[in-house]
Design a protein. Sequence first.
Lengths: 651, 304
Amino acid sequence: MNFLFMALALISVGGLAGLLLARQFTLMKLVAISTISAGCVGGLLFSLSQLFFGSQVLSASWRWLHIFTLSFRLDSISLFFLLPIFVVSPLALLYSFHYLENREKKIRVGANYFFFAVLVVAMVLVVMAADMITFLLAWEIMSLASFFLVIYDYQKKATRQAGYLYFIFAQGGALFLFAACALIYSHSASFTFAGFVAIPDSVKLIAFLLVLSGCGSKAGVLPLHIWLPYAHPAAPSHVSAVMSGVMIKMGIYGIVRFYLALAPTSAVFGQITIVLGALSGILGVVYALGQHDIKRLLAYHSVENIGIILLGLGVGMLGVATGNKTMAAFGFAGGLLHVFNHSLFKSLLFMGAGALIQQTGTAMIDRLGGLLKKMPLTGSCFLVGSIAISGMPPFNGFISEFLIYYGAFYGLSLTGVSFIFSALVIISLAIIGGLAAACFSKVVGIVFLGEPRDASLPAASEAGGSMILTQFVLAGACLIIGVWPDYPVRAAFQASRAIPLIAEFEVAQFMTLMVNLSRTAALFLFLLIMVAGFRKLLYAGKDCPQTGTWGCGFTQPTVRMQYTGTSYADSILDFFQPFVWIRKKYAGIGKIFPGSISYDTHAEDVFANGLSLIACSITSLLGRLRWIQHGNIQLYIAYIVVTIIVLLAFF
Amino acid sequence: MEAVLSFCFAVLLAPFFPVVIQKVKAGIAGKQGPPWLINYYTVVKLLRKGSVYSTSTSFVFKLGPVVSLAASLLLMLFFPWAGRAPICSFHGDVIMLFYLMGLGRFFTILAALDTASPFEGMGAAREAFFSVLAEATIFCILILFFRLTGSLSFAEFFVDTHLLNLMDTHGALLLLAVVGLYIVMLTENSRVPVDDPATHLELTMIHEVMILDHSGPDLALIEIGAWFKLLFYAAFLSCIINPFQVDNVFLNGFLFYAVVVFVYITIGVVESCMARYKLEVVPKFILKASILVLFGIILTIGGL
């Protein structure tokens, strides 16, 4: 355990170095990146060795402010959640070397590295916490650090608004967590997670719902996902990569940790999780389809993937409740593995998006086009990430989705309600998979393929070296896990052994399945290479002239005639009404020789609109009480005196 | 050995069957139709040609046909032709195979968008939308099959067992699955009434318009992949509806392919007596299939 604390100390030193050396721009970047990364690599080695070879659960504690005990414990679930933190953070930092290039903002860049280090340390502490006080303390530090990372471009109004929204959701979510902890403490009279089991079942359910709301607002579970599509476009891309890839998973960790500590026996927990997962998964990707801004689109995909993770965990919980070992093991392993997989491909996609925004100066999908020719490396990595996130073999997203499918199929042998929920998981996953493929064919097809749509954009070229390198590492990891899923699946399985029922489950069954998946993926790649070779043979010595695209008889095509992302997604969005509000502004063609026409369409998130409606009505109602706040200090003192008198009189 | 032979047989026969549809359509229209081996001639002709590439395209355009053919080939390797054990199979392979088909489709869509043609973009958008619904229906069917047999692979579905046969105990339930699967087959293979492969106007097509810019060997690869896919679906249906179970290997194979031909004939008949639906009706048509299968699933809740 001390080794891990030393790694954390190293990370903190790196962050401080970023702040202190801010005047030497390049030196500061080099020192901060290398020190924090070194700490992360140390932490990664530690957690991997503990996960695979560690035999006992490590713990440590010390007193804080003489009243509280800060205690830490590292069981297999905690160790597993350390992996994405320690893998993605150093890569994001490496990416930032060429991404944060503006020397004029060097103080800000230094502060960025400082808060980045704080965020990493706080996330590690969240995962290590063994009692509520430590957990909430680390949780709050994590929220604050990420808030400062989001408002990097604080001079822009949109960024400040996004930061504010994120702050409200972070603190509102924390409020739910405090409520949950208070409720649990009132029954168990103990701060440690180990003391949760004793509380009555009805309280467990309420506590779990509070945790779902609190952690859900961090993770981006529908309908508490509203901050994601604002905060991610506002934040710098390496920050979005870590926040979306890793930080929102801390919400998932919270749900898993409280679930484990509460150790409920009822099936309701799993059912609620499945419903939330299906809702987030399907609507997340539907909203993603309607987005025009590539980073907003990716943010909605985080909602979708959190939904998939919840589906997996829900299957696992249902399996535990019904005593179905296969279902429990595959559900939890699938959900946990998806946590790791998503951290890889989502950070890859955010990095790709960051590179193209840096090069073209716009994030609007419908203004871009043909970027693959100008940025072939970034484009290829983005393509890999897109296939992985759509859950298609031979990449890593498929492996975790397959595990969840497998668990859910075994849930079909159950009777009654549990059967219906298992079927719901399978159908939702199928719909999510199809829609995600549709959405990413849109992104890749519109942004990277075809012809550039807007000639006024600057000529893009390939991004800086460190940015390319990190994307290649992540894309390679996606492929490797997809073709050799053995060790990652083993790790996920090892992690879920913290659940008593799964600890009895035989790992061998898992592994033959993984060998089969791996062989089939390899066979597919082999066939692919064979067909490609055959094709090459067919074209050997043949002359292949180049010409314009066949315009179906039309002789004056322009690039503006290409299909846009908006029209590509239109019919699907139409199908999902009334969950999507489509706002169109279009006057139609009136005259025989039409003049200039404008067409404006927005797909709006029903939940965001509904929540803002509720919030507005509450604020206008509370606005009537404004007269209480008059700014007169004497009267405020009078309030205090009156309150004390009332309290003394009645209690 | 037997598995390899039956696989090769299926691969070699795949280009033949679509002619059945054309012949039926021609027969009903009072025409003679193309020669029986037209598709083989077409392949040879296309393979000998070169290609013209659009200046808008990138390597993704050339990757499209390769990926879709590789995916269909893999599917053929896992299917138990005429109820004989396939070359490869494992518990859970159906999930992976349908996802690989999704990968093939993904690249076909990307290749279409790569040409920068508005027509191909239109086709791509439709393909992406309809395949979402078709995929959901497929997984409904898999749920029903798992409920009936506890299996998750084609080999377990059909090799040495008749649980998934219309003539067996669950025949009535399977009838719902057969109708659902038939609709999915029409959708996934771009047949009437979802898509009309023979229409003259690019604006109204789905699949054909996506491959407008492919030519020569690339087009041949796409066509072969499409024939494999159609044969797979037809064979999947045939395995369920095949009423003949004989011990003799050759006779069994013959009867199986006779049923496959029957499925192709029905496609031809459907194409001859129906027009394609309006595009907004198509989603409802596919949803009909999933509702039917869902109904079948509900019927199994009470126990079997």
